[in-house]
Design a protein around this ligand. Structure first.
Ligand SMILES: Cc1cc2nc3c(=O)[nH]c(=O)nc-3n(C[C@H](O)[C@H](O)[C@H](O)COP(=O)(O)OP(=O)(O)OC[C@H]3O[C@@H](n4cnc5c(N)ncnc54)[C@H](O)[C@@H]3O)c2cc1C
Length: 355
């Protein structure tokens, strides 16, 4: 059989690989996406929340406005292209969990950028179902990507156009570098460019061993809460978010030492005890999953071509903000691959890890 040549091969159909594939298709590139189709991956487990203000320090997400605008435009475009709906502007209520947090919030309100992202008082919510000892604030621009749906409809679209294939690539034996690109003889394919989008698996990538990963395992519960009709995301230590088929997701945990994608009793207990403090109504746990977030040591994502082997590239480090960051990163990387456009220095592989 004759080997088939592509402009670009992408390894990994998670949030990174899928979003990059869409951008390259829009630039009329002949692409192939390969994925080993594990049932548990970071993208398949994620709740897909896009949160303007996060963490104990109430920090505004890195470049939030710019990234959100790119993400919204991109997901809406793909929804139209695939006649589906997976991106939802939800709004999020965050209840304070201490006086210190409330004081910090009041101080942060002094800056215009922060003030524009929050709304107070919280618009009505069912006090019979939530016990919130303290006040809080609302983030009307918080959104949610149903990640699994986005991946599924994208895979279907790619399959119809013969640019997707199920395959597990062995990085040590399958990839041959040539003067003009790469060959994968076992799979009978070759390409001018090969891009790794393998999430936390890329911490073992022999070509990109210079990247300093700090992956974090996270656990998440799927719940049935028959009494709850709320469509916003609610956050009080843990978050609670609506999911398809009238279910809810709750999470999540952070663990840096155990990286085996196995749910734990401790993780479940942590989320459940936070939920019991938040909810007055009963809930039933119907699923419990864990996966590894592909985060880097400095919490910033990374894109670029290999400093020596220009036919290899990478998009990684999406951490806990893959839904927000993927469209902006994929656009940057696509412009770089197609037009040699410069990459933003903060996410440029070759600036962050000079050869
Ligand atoms: C519990 C939890 C909750 C989260 N919640 C959120 C959230 O609310 N909001 C948010 O934005 N983010 C969230 N995240 C993070 C988000 O999921 C990640 O940022 C994102 O999924 C990373 O996508 P990725 O494509 O880089 O990696 P992955 O999703 O891991 O995708 C990598 C893909 O590569 C494939 N692959 C790997 N090796 C090979 C190989 N050798 N051959 C072929 N295929 C291969 C895998 O099968 C996989 O499909 C959460 C993560 C977890 C774990």
């Amino acid at each position: 059989m004759k080997s088939r040549h592509f402009d670009m091969i992408i390894i990994g159909q998670g949030l990174a690989g899928t979003t990059l594939a869409w951008h390259l298709l829009r630039r009329h590139q002949d692409i192939l996406v390969l994925d080993q189709e594990n049932s548990v991956t970071s993208s398949k487990v994620a709740a897909g929340l896009i949160t303007p203000i996060t963490g104990m320090r109430l920090a505004i997400s890195w470049r939030f406005r710019e990234l959100l605008q790119t993400a919204e435009q991109f997901y809406r475009h793909i929804e139209r292209e695939t006649a589906s709906r997976f991106y939802h502007q939800r709004g999020m209520i965050r209840f304070f969990t201490s006086n210190r947090e409330q004081e910090r919030f009041t101080k942060r309100l002094e800056t215009e950028e922060f003030g524009e992202l929050v709304q107070r008082p919280i618009s009505s919510f069912d006090r019979n179902l939530f016990s919130s000892p303290m006040d809080g604030f609302e983030m009307p621009r918080a959104s949610q990507l149903y990640v699994s749906q986005y991946l599924d409809v994208s895979r279907e679209y790619f399959l119809e156009r013969q640019c997707y294939r199920s395959a597990c690539v062995d990085l040590n034996n399958d990839i041959l570098l040539t003067a003009s690109g790469v060959q994968l003889p076992r799979l009978e394919i070759s390409a001018t460019q090969l891009i790794f989008c393998r999430g936390a698996e890329d911490r073992k990538n022999p070509w990109f061993s210079q990247i300093k990963f700090k992956p974090a395992q996270g656990e998440i519960l799927t719940l049935e809460i028959s009494e709850l009709q709320e469509t916003r995301i609610i956050n009080q230590k843990s978050w609670l978010a609506p999911m398809p088929e009238n279910k809810f997701a709750a999470g999540s945990t952070y663990e840096w030492n155990q990286l085996d994608s196995k749910p734990t009793a401790d993780g479940k207990e942590q989320i459940t005890s936070n939920l019991k403090q938040l909810l007055r109504c009963p809930f039933q746990i119907i699923d419990h999953r864990a996966a590894i977030r592909p985060a880097l040591h400095d919490q910033k994502p990374i894109i670029g071509r290999h400093p020596r082997f220009k036919q290899l590239g990478i998009m990684n480090g999406l951490g806990s903000k893959g839904s927000l960051q993927a469209p902006w990163l994929a656009k940057q990387l696509t412009n770089h691959l197609c037009d040699d456009a410069p990459i933003d220095p903060q996410v440029d592989l070759n600036r962050r890890y000079p050869a």
